[in-house]
Design a protein around this ligand. Structure first.
Ligand code: ZN
Length: 50
């Protein structure tokens, strides 16, 4: 089971617990993920999902 650790609050976050946010960008859309506990951006998620 893939998990990530939040850099800010240090909690382990399961992939399904991440807050996904899709934002419009030039040329398309970008999905970003946030910690559900402190709402810090989680940046290394894409490696885990790839
Ligand atoms: Zn956090």
């Amino acid at each position: 089971m893939a998990k990530v650790t939040c850099a800010r609050c240090g909690r382990d976050i399961a992939m399904h617990e991440l807050e996904a946010k899709t934002v419009a960008r030039r040329g398309g859309f970008d999905t970003r993920y946030r910690c559900p506990f402190c709402h810090e951006d989680v940046k290394d998620v894409t490696d885990s999902l790839a």
